[in-house]
Design a protein around this ligand. Structure first.
Ligand code: THU
Length: 132
């Protein structure tokens, strides 16, 4: 599966976003080395702070199904933004912790703009828990 196909999976996932408050839909998709795709979308709450971003929904959902770091070969995030979507800081932390640093992170919009980052490139000098 190429990056465009993975972004398309994230675009499909985005349609399942539950966003009655912001109306801002975000989709995410993980590709694993066995060719499986795990998707996520943002889920909002009337208690706004309980909202879960698409990226964390996707990563936690994949891990809950047994996926681990070394299984993940690509990650895509998409929203209806003018340029490629920019993940929030909380999601950058989780991306850096849960996805290997050499794995491509595709940030996209629904128009088809895609930029590629690496997980730690999105959050240099992130808190990695090594001192815990
Ligand atoms: N959102 C995401 O899903 N991912 C991000 O990286 C940034 C923000 C969601 C949360 C909320 O449902 C909506 O976008 C507006 O903040």
């Amino acid at each position: 599966m190429d990056k465009k196909e993975l972004v398309n999976e994230a675009i499909k996932a985005r349609e399942n976003a539950f966003v009655p408050y912001s109306n801002f839909k975000v989709g995410a998709a993980i590709l694993t080395k066995d060719g499986k795709v795990y998707i996520g979308a943002n889920m909002e709450s009337a208690s706004y702070g309980l909202t879960l971003c698409a990226e964390r929904n996707c990563i936690f959902g994949a891990y809950a199904r047994g996926v681990r770091k070394d299984d993940i070969v690509a990650f895509a995030v998409v929203a209806d933004t003018s340029g490629p979507v920019s993940p929030c800081g909380a999601c950058r932390q989780i991306i850096a912790e849960y996805i290997n640093k050499d794995v491509p992170i595709y940030l996209a919009n629904v128009k088809g703009d895609i930029v590629e980052y690496k997980s730690t490139g999105l959050l240099p000098y992130f808190f990695d828990g090594s001192e815990l």
